[in-house]
Ligand binder design. Structure first.
Ligand code: SF4
Length: 479
């Protein structure tokens, strides 16, 4: 693992939206940046809110004397000033957008709260920013206040190519999100990211907290929007990039993960969207989530589940999992480190079916148990079918916990959702579950909340097989 990859696992933060050029930072800009670095902020996107501010953002990013890649710029004219956005402004922004330190177009969008510019004028300026985004291939940073319907309509129309001068796929982020679940759902369906700022930490923001808990891992971003909207416990003060840690902590609490997980997930998303960091070329074989360590044993599987994350992404909780080669037992032991007890459990999971590599799993599980660690295996329950024998007695004493994907209440539904390679898969799965309770102390079955799955019937079925513990997993939430 390279130093950069290790740092990524520890979790650095990226402030994807602040306004470093603003006068609120004139007295102590250098100290603000030093404090951001000390708080673990690796990159900052300083976002232009007008032509002069966009020029300042690019200049700041270019003369970034901290390191080459600490500050990046976004260029745009805020919807408040849309009335000043003419052809000259378009050309100026287009030129600024071509700078190598410019990573996004914005902030643009619609703001119907103050209505400093008429609606139609705001919409036209928004569309012109989209033209620049399309021309340069850069993502959009969108502001939307009390204008959800029009924001979605314009994005939708442009994304589908409905605009007279050409549409195109749009990538971007709705910054400082303040909308509802419906708006978030539509943005995610469109391919957009959603970024949360200080307001998610405010006490009276339970609806926003619900959205922050829901947004899929691969669409989640964080920001400060500094100097505005400082998070708790700094609310009311001037905001600055170092305070992003408070927002990250709140998001971690809402999603039931650690701040390290949030840092890794959001930094990966920001890097992919804005092109800041090189993407890893190879999958990791061991990856922490919360206080567990997951082992990526194989990418092969005997199922092709319609909801499988492998079909959609190379990443889980910010970890790249697409393997070039399968790890040996020794590779896995080295990746765990000397003391497996520092994790609450070692989980054979990955991005494929671990029991396809039974011998390796047994060898590493034995090694973990000898060192006092706890072992869990997440499996599709087809191990007996794959190996042509009852493998459960071989797991006795090596495995503390088995989590078996039941996924359906009957064979027909299982076949449709999980598309198993083996015809007898469902029958074999049921036998595996009923056998597991005899050899493994803790057995649970899981189902994914998706169309066609009758959770109550799955629970009854699990009960007849001797398993009371059924966990319902949300669609697209892994790890
Ligand atoms: S069993 Fe698991 S790894 Fe295999 S296809 Fe289904 S979800 Fe993916």
């Amino acid at each position: 693992m390279t130093e950069k990859e290790k740092e990524k696992n520890r979790g650095f933060l990226i402030d994807t939206h602040c306004h470093l050029d603003m006068s609120q930072f004139d007295a102590d800009r250098a100290e603000v940046l030093e404090r951001a670095k000390a708080a673990g902020v690796r990159h900052i996107v300083t976002v232009g809110s007008g032509l002069e501010s966009s020029k300042a953002a690019v200049e700041m990013a270019r003369s970034d004397d901290f390191s080459d890649d600490f500050i990046y710029a976004a260029v745009g004219v805020h919807p408040h000033d849309a009335k000043d956005f003419d052809d000259n402004a378009f050309e100026t922004l287009l030129a600024l957008a071509r700078d190598k330190k410019t990573v996004a177009i914005g902030e643009t969008g619609l703001d119907y709260h103050y209505m400093h510019s008429p609606k139609e004028v705001q919409i036209e300026a928004f569309r012109m920013h989209m033209d620049i985004a399309k021309e340069t291939g850069l993502p959009l940073i969108v502001h939307s206040r009390e204008a959800a319907e029009d924001t979605l309509r314009v994005l939708r129309e442009y994304g589908q190519g409905g605009r007279e001068h050409g549409g195109g796929p749009l990538r971007g982020v709705l910054h400082c999100f303040s909308g509802d679940m419906e708006m978030a759902g539509e943005l995610v369906a469109m391919g957009f990211h959603i970024s949360f700022a200080g307001p998610v930490t405010f006490r009276k923001s339970s609806a926003l907290a619900g959205v922050a808990a829901w947004v899929p891992d691969d669409r989640l971003l964080i920001e400060t929007d500094a100097p505005y909207l400082a998070p708790e416990p700094f609310r009311g003060k001037r905001n600055e990039p170092a305070y992003i840690r408070s927002t990250a902590e709140k998001i971690a609490e809402l999603r039931g993960i650690t701040i390290g997980d949030v840092a890794r997930i959001t930094s990966l998303n920001a890097s992919r969207l804005f092109g800041m960091e090189e993407m890893p070329g190879e999958g990791v074989i061991a990856y922490p989530i919360r206080d567990s360590l997951y082992l990526n044993v194989t990418n092969r599987c005997t199922n092709n589940c319609t909801f499988c994350v492998r079909m959609k992404s190379d990443f889980v909780k910010g970890h790249m999992l697409r393997l070039r080669r399968e790890p040996s037992a020794q590779d896995l032991e080295e990746a765990i480190g000397k003391d497996p007890r520092k994790y609450s459990e070692i989980v054979f999971c990955g991005y494929g079916e671990p029991l396809m590599r039974l011998d390796t799993v047994k060898e590493v599980a034995k090694w973990v148990k000898e060192r006092g660690g706890r072992v869990r295996i997440n499996t599709n329950g087809q191990g007996n079918l794959v190996h042509g024998r009852d493998i459960l007695p071989e797991l006795a004493g090596l495995v503390d916990s088995l989590s078996i994907s039941l996924d359906a209440q009957d064979e027909e539904t299982y076949g449709r959702l999980c598309k198993p390679l083996h015809k007898e898969a469902f029958r074999a799965l049921l036998d595996f579950i009923s056998g597991a309770v005899r050899y493994v102390p803790d057995v649970q079955v899981t189902v994914v909340e998706t169309e066609g799955v009758d959770v109550a019937a799955c629970r009854r079925l699990a009960g007849t097989l001797g398993v009371k513990n059924l966990r319902v997993r949300k669609l697209d939430v892994v790890g």
